[in-house]
Design a protein around this ligand. Structure first.
Ligand code: GSH
Length: 219
């Protein structure tokens, strides 16, 4: 049995969705970022810094969403969700796995400042502004990369999109998408995929965002 260690609306959604795209049955072990369960010794044995996702599969446990994504693509070459080494889209695919994390790490900084600080007055408006602007830069880059493509690779849907997909859920809490029409259309397109919708129906209730948008303090 495959088991996904998951927090609703977190990077583990990438894997939840990819498993659906691959038609793989998986059990979900649910955690919360707030209750300390990710720091339990048993969980740290799977994911050494207590983050999700981790995936139990084939008698091993894997952490890091990019590594899990590559492993699942290699395990299921028939699904053709990753261009193979030596094929034209391979470099772009690898870039996008990393770029999805560049974007997600900016969301993470904003989560820390806006949501997870115990004393919200400790949030730094300068750091929030800087990270928001850097996040907008990643959106501008994605807008340019997409151009008139449907997905991040010219050849069509791939596991680079399941990596980027979680970002499309989280980014709108901190950056407006209106200036980025290709990104907006991309977000609508991925959310319309049946596998995305099945993943969303299994995602669970998130317990951190409590409003639709978090502006830079003082703006
Ligand atoms: N680079 C890692 C990042 C994983 C990560 O930071 N996950 C967040 C949720 S989106 C987490 O588990 N945070 C818990 C914590 O920081 O305590 C990956 O892509 O798997």
């Amino acid at each position: 049995m495959i088991r996904l260690h998951h927090v609703p609306m977190a990077r583990s959604f990438r894997i939840l969705w990819l498993l659906e795209e691959l038609g793989l049955d998986a059990e979900i072990a649910l955690y919360s970022i707030r209750d300390g369960s990710l720091r339990a010794p048993d969980y740290l044995g799977r994911a050494p810094v207590g983050r999700v996702p981790a995936l139990d599969i084939d008698g091993i446990s894997i952490f890091e969403s990019g590594a899990i994504t590559q492993y699942l693509c290699e395990r299921h070459p028939e699904a053709a969700l990753a261009p193979m080494p030596g094929t034209p889209d391979r470099v772009r695919f690898l870039e996008m796995l990393g770029f999805a994390e560049t974007m997600a790490s900016l969301v993470e900084q904003l989560n820390l400042n806006h949501i997870f600080l115990r004393d919200p007055s400790q949030a730094s408006p300068v750091v929030v502004k800087l990270n928001t602007r850097r996040l907008e830069m990643t959106l501008a880059a994605l807008e340019h990369l997409l151009g008139d493509q449907d997905y991040v690779l010219p050849s069509g849907f791939s596991a680079a999109d399941t990596m980027m997909g979680f970002n499309m859920l989280a980014v709108p809490f901190y950056a407006h998408l209106d200036p980025f029409p290709a990104v907006t259309a991309y977000r609508d397109r991925i959310m319309a995929r049946p596998a995305f919708q099945r993943a969303q129906s299994r995602d669970g209730e998130q317990d951190f965002y409590d409003r639709p948008f978090y502006p830079i303090p003082g703006t």
